[in-house]
Ligand binder design. Structure first.
Ligand code: NAD
Length: 537
């Protein structure tokens, strides 16, 4: 476990069991959860061991055939009930998310809960179209055949989720996996155990058949147990370091793995940008969720011609951001993870030591809890740690560049490639620049909100991950593909089958037909082969 606001104790307990788990009298490790806002103790939460994880996977496996064979329309109807529960419980859930993470309740409402029905509606609308068996065109070289593609679920999906958007990043992958007929074992972050309970409550309320969604609670050891268990795919959202371990575990079986990892997203501000909007966006894009978003603005490239004016505007806006706990209705909360606070402090200190200038903020706030000031830094250069590594905190590092060319080159000079944004009033130029950014999503004149566009695939390149979810890709990610070829079965043999005697010349003729697209040669070759299809007596 990380040195975080959860601490471990070992107690004999039979309480606070995950749903469906057998009662146990063996000692169980408990994690203590502290408030990121006040440091107060919020509760103790159990850590599931290897046996409990295995049992949960076994229940999910037993439930799989029934859920797979449930008609898609019935599965969709069941998952659609999520919207009804969110309509009834959404406000309560949002407050719980705020309590656990420290994030403003407005953010919890919009970016965590509000995102789910939008993405779910897309899943429910597209799955029947996407998952239908479809006919594909068949080339002339395969006369008498037709081809079809169909999808079938992978089986039991192990889903491991992080703490930064602990509700959305658990619920959406689960729904995306369930629609196609998979069952799921979910392991959420130990840093946000209260939200883990909220997610469990949501799935209990929609009333799925037993075993279709199993939730195991715990820390990295529980996650590691899930990666070793009898699952058919792993879907992981979290850090690069853990993503490597998950992939290594998946390689042992081997099973497919999807990794949604970190980012170091670039914002490129061109000379013709709407500077007022770009400055507002930089502040929101860098500070939303206290900068703890995988798609936070982590590097701001500003062309020389407007650099000083832009920094001035950002300075003015960042100084107006209010900081406080959810009860204070502030714009920005504390860091959710105390370990993250240490990383943010280190990045800012080392940037300053290497010559960066603190225009605003730059340090922890002198109050209880894990608060760091909204921070604006200029003079950032590629050698600095803050340019290369994910900060995941409320820091806006500005890099002065000569022109857009230099901005694109430096934006791509990163281990990461998750998302980015381009700011210009010339949309055609914006699209040209967007196409040159080596990452999985780009906004033009907007920031982060593309993640909420349900038709857009989401995921990264390089160390930002493997695979896509959201959009059509997000439904198909959890499916196996099956190709089916149909022949009406009238002929007793095939030109390609035995015997081969006397077929070589006809084969050459056919090859000529295939390579030169000569219909004459194809027909001649086929007819010759047809004559040789049965053995000469
Ligand atoms: P983390 O890697 O520390 O933990 C993620 C999850 O993995 C937790 O549930 C944890 O308990 C579990 N885990 C820890 N060790 C494990 C192991 N050995 N085997 C299996 N599971 C294990 O990540 P985090 O700190 O919770 O999340 C922050 C990171 O996630 C950031 O880097 C952020 O950029 C990234 N992130 C990416 C996306 C995306 O969609 N690309 C979204 C959100 C967060």
């Amino acid at each position: 476990m990380s040195a975080d606001q959860t601490t471990a104790t070992t107690t004999a307990t039979t309480t606070a069991r995950p749903s469906g788990a057998e009662p146990s009298s063996s000692p169980r490790r408990l994690l203590e959860k502290l408030s990121p806002v006040s440091g107060a103790r919020l509760g103790e939460f159990p850590v599931a061991g290897e046996d409990e994880v295995r049992a949960a996977v076994a229940r999910a496996r037993a439930a799989f055939p029934g859920w797979r064979d449930t008609p898609l329309a019935v599965r969709a109807e069941a998952l659609g009930r999520v919207k009804q529960v969110l309509a009834e419980q959404g406000e309560h859930y949002a407050r719980k998310i705020s309590e656990d993470t420290g994030k403003p309740t407005f953010e919890a409402t919009m970016t965590e809960i509000g995102a789910v029905p939008v993405l779910l509606d897309y899943i429910l609308r597209r799955a029947p179209v996407l998952l239908r068996r479809r006919k594909v065109s068949t080339p002339i070289i395969l006369p008498g055949k037709s081809g079809f593609i169909e999808y079938f679920p992978r089986g039991v999906i192990g889903i491991i989720s992080p703490w930064n958007f602990p509700f959305q990043l658990a619920v959406v992958p689960v729904l995306s996996a369930l629609i196609g007929g998979n069952t799921v074992v979910l392991k959420q972050s130990e840093i946000t155990p209260i939200v883990a309970g909220v997610v469990e409550d949501l799935f209990r309320r929609i009333g799925l058949p037993a075993g279709v969604v199993e939730i195991v609670h715990g820390d990295g050891s529980t996650g590691a147990a899930l990666t070793r268990a009898d699952v058919d795919m792993l879907f992981f959202t979290g850090s690069v370091a853990t993503g490597r371990k998950v992939m290594a575990a998946a390689a042992q079986r081997p099973i497919p793995v999807e990794l949604e990892l970190g980012g170091k997203d670039a914002m490129i501000v061109c000379a013709d940008a709407n500077l007022e909007r770009a400055a507002e966006a930089a502040v929101w894009g860098g500070l939303v969720n206290c900068g703890q978003a995988c798609v936070s603005v982590e590097r701001i490239f500003v062309v020389d011609a407007i650099h000083d004016r832009f920094v001035e505007k950002v300075h003015e806006k960042v100084s107006q951001v209010t900081v406080g706990g959810p009860d204070e209705q502030a714009d920005m909360g504390p860091l959710t993870s105390s370990a993250q606070l240490g990383i943010v402090e280190r990045h800012v200190k080392s940037a300053v030591a290497a010559g960066a200038k603190v225009v605003f903020g730059g340090e922890r706030l002198q109050r209880p809890g894990q608060f760091f000031a909204p921070t604006l830094l200029t003079g950032i250069t590629p050698e600095m740690e803050i340019f290369r590594e994910e900060t995941f905190g409320p820091v806006l590092p500005v890099v002065r560049v000569r022109d857009e060319e230099e901005a694109v080159r430096l934006a791509n000079a990163s281990e990461f490639g998750l998302a980015g944004s381009v700011w210009t009033q010339d949309v055609a130029k914006g699209l040209r620049l967007a196409s040159r950014l080596e990452c999985g999503q780009v906004c033009i004149n907007d920031v982060i909100q593309s993640v909420g566009h349900p038709a857009l695939p989401f995921g990264g390149v390089r160390s930002s991950g493997i695979g896509r979810y959201h959009g059509d890709e997000g439904i198909l990610a959890f499916m196996n593909t099956r190709g089916i070829m149909v022949d009406r079965g009238k002929l007793n043999s095939e030109p390609l089958w035995y015997p081969y005697a006397g077929k070589v010349a006809h084969g050459f003729e056919l090859l000529r037909g295939i390579t030169t697209r000569s219909v004459g040669s194809l027909v001649k070759g086929f007819l010759g082969l047809r004559k040789k299809m049965t053995r000469q007596k």
